[in-house]
Ligand binder design. Structure first.
Ligand SMILES: [Zn+2]
Length: 294
């Protein structure tokens, strides 16, 4: 588990990548979309060739990451951090010169507290503004986001138990959030040149990944984590065997830029190569999935 603190970008990191469209010959495309990453404590923002470190959110536990995608018609967030993260998002919007009313969509990759926590507060940014903010979640996790059902407890391995205990302590209750659109595998959402929903059950029943094929970008949710030891099956799964099956399948999705729920994103040629190597390894099936916590 990392991502507790902001990470400085090296000049190499800050170089636009082909996967995000910046380095493409199409200058309009290059200017239009930017993926931004942050952590809920010490939000780090990535915007084109500019990186900025924002003030940490004082106090409280924090883990996980959220991503911001910018199109001409507004902003889409992928996940929302733990409860109380809206100030960090507001700071990120300010830093990028965005208004809160620019927020159009929230994609929730699954119903865990560090992904749904601030969804209700962020959705409220759009109240009374045009069509408002549309919240998307897979139909299997939508009742959890709505507060109608408690999330299923993960089945923890001995290696995961102490990690879980340390990161889950003290997270405030998650305010329920309306889900406007329930998703299923293969659905397409109108952002990022056509976002494709990939169901990845196993981390939770309703876990999804979101692919932006036009930009070579993939958001994996918590199914895949990028740790000090490399790419691995994310921890805290409700069905580890099923998660491995989903992982092996997701690893076959081509991507040049990959954002994870835990750990730094893969960017640039090295990142693309790392994702490709993972795909080659996991083409052998679920038993080949790296799972050192299993
Ligand atoms: Zn999770």
């Amino acid at each position: 588990m990392r991502a507790q603190h902001a990470v400085s970008f090296t000049p190499t990191d800050a170089t636009p990548t082909t996967g995000r469209g910046h380095a493409r010959p199409n200058a309009r495309s290059a200017e239009r979309e930017h993926a931004v990453r942050g952590v809920t404590r010490g939000l780090t923002v990535r915007y084109g060739d500019r990186a900025a470190r924002l003030p940490a959110t004082p106090g409280g536990p924090a883990f996980g990451q959220a991503y911001l995608w910018r199109d001409d018609d507004g902003v889409t967030l992928v996940d929302t951090g733990i409860p109380g993260s809206e100030a960090a998002f507001a700071a990120a919007f300010d830093e990028l010169g965005l208004r809160r009313t620019d927020l159009r969509r929230i994609m929730i990759t699954h119903g865990h507290e560090d992904h749904t926590g601030s969804a209700a507060a962020l959705r409220a940014w759009g109240q009374g503004v045009g069509d408002g903010v549309t919240v998307y979640a897979h139909r299997a996790d939508a009742p959890i986001v709505r507060g109608l059902r408690r999330r299923a407890e993960p089945v923890l391995t001995p290696a995961e138990q102490p990690i879980f205990d340390s990161v889950s302590a003290g997270i405030p209750p998650v305010p329920p959030c309306q889900v406007d659109v329930e998703l299923g595998d293969g659905d397409t959402i109108d952002f990022g040149g056509g976002a494709r929903v990939i169901a990845t059950p196993g981390h939770t029943d309703g876990s999804i990944a979101v692919a932006l094929p036009a930009h070579g970008v993939l958001f994996t949710g918590d199914l895949v984590a990028n740790s000090d030891g490399g790419l691995l099956l994310g921890p805290f799964n409700t069905d580890r065997g099923l998660a491995r099956v989903s992982f092996a399948a997701l690893s076959q999705v081509p991507a040049a830029t990959v954002g994870f729920g835990q750990g730094d994103p893969l960017t640039g040629p090295e990142g693309a190569a790392a994702w490709r190597r993972l795909g080659e390894r996991c083409a052998a099936g679920p038993d080949a999935v790296p799972d050192p916590l299993g």
